[in-house]
Design a protein around this ligand. Structure first.
Ligand code: TPP
Length: 327
């Protein structure tokens, strides 16, 4: 089929439908997790990214297997898009033997080197110098692979963030710094932690471009990412992409988010990235009601299957707690 003409980085109708599938899958995965926490079935910390899915889909769509993502606690969708299957991911959240870390860490710190996924760190911002180190490796090895490193606007106030950007700018490293600016760092609103409006402005100090975009527009995120990836692969160095968005749930599932108003939440829910994209696709006639129903059924089946698999998977053996460790 003919590609859509209005996008600079052209997407076929099939690719647009694939994007729609990922948005739905990641949303449903998180929504189910939230329910499982309330049922007492998932007991690790759960930090959903509901409302922020367009950032993960727009940045991960079109990445190569060899490119690396350095995800945050809210970015479980990047694991799915980089190739971890839903069963394994759900088992990880249940702390089961069939999960990525075989039930031996809290749900958030595993990585999969073969799929290009770096394990997350608990210390905010600390993933960024590590991501820069990985980008330095890519540069030294003369590959054209790229690192995509995620962080919140809160993390952009840490020293690690500034060191990582400075080093990456000086070395012209192949790295994309993707800020998920969801307006709050835990309970702290952005205006109480930053004296400027846009995290993107910080890039200029380090000698590369920063751009602030609508993080709820999957195509805007995709196009911006594609441009930045092309520059990074060509040896033109880093880009900072700030995606303005909002997290619908609290910081974690145990946070009721009393620090914000219902009106604010309602305003951001009206900018839900999924209906916006759905309307766009329907306008193009790329998505019909039947096709949407078919994709939604596939998503539900995938998640139901993942939960059933995880629930019936074995718990880890206590005696294996220290295997695979080295010091
Ligand atoms: C260096 C550091 N300081 C504080 C914390 C505690 N903490 C965990 S998450 C969080 C808020 C994170 O906000 P942000 O970086 O904006 O990311 P978001 O959770 O909003 O996606 C805080 C303060 C931490 N993990 N690391």
């Amino acid at each position: 089929m003919a590609p859509i003409k209005r996008t600079k980085f052209k997407l076929t109708p099939e690719q647009l439908l694939e994007m729609f599938y990922w948005l739905k899958l990641i949303r449903t995965f998180d929504e189910r997790l939230s329910i499982l926490v309330r049922q007492g079935k998932v007991r690790s910390g759960v930090y959903t990214g509901i409302g922020q899915e367009a950032i993960i889909v727009g940045t991960c769509f079109g990445l190569r297997k060899e490119d690396f993502v350095c995800p945050l606690h809210r970015d479980l969708g990047s694991f799915l898009m980089k190739g971890v299957d839903a069963r394994t991911m759900m088992s990880q959240m249940f702390g089961k033997l069939t999960g990525l870390s075989k039930g031996r860490d809290s749900a958030l710190h595993s990585g999969v080197t073969e799929l290009g996924i770096f394990g997350n760190t608990s210390m905010l911002g600390a993933n960024l110098p590590v991501a820069a180190g990985l980008a330095l490796t890519f540069k030294m090895e003369q590959t054209d692979n790229v690192v995509v490193a995620y962080f919140g606007e809160g993390a952009s106030n840490t020293g690690d963030f500034h060191e990582a950007l400075n080093f990456s700018g000086v070395q012209r490293l192949p790295i994309l710094f993707v800020c998920e600016n969801n307006q709050y760092a835990y309970s702290v609103p952005v205006e109480k932690s930053m004296a400027i409006d846009d995290v993107a402005d910080r890039a200029e100090s380090y000698g590369f471009d920063g751009v602030s975009i609508n993080g709820n527009d999957v195509l805007a995120v995709y196009q911006t990412t594609q441009g930045a990836l092309a520059r990074a692969r060509a040896g033109d160095g880093p880009t900072l992409i700030e995606c303005k968005t909002y997290r619908w749930h609290g910081h974690s599932e145990h946070d009721k988010a009393f620090y914000r108003t219902d009106e604010e939440l309602a305003m951001w829910k009206s900018r839900d990235p999924i209906p916006t994209f759905t309307t766009y696709l329907k306008g193009l006639k790329t998505l019909t009601d039947d096709k949407a129903a078919e994709i939604e059924a596939r998503v539900k089946q995938t998640i139901d299957d993942a939960v059933a698999f995880a629930e019936s998977s074995p718990d880890p053996n206590p005696e294996d707690a220290v295997t695979d460790l080295y010091a």
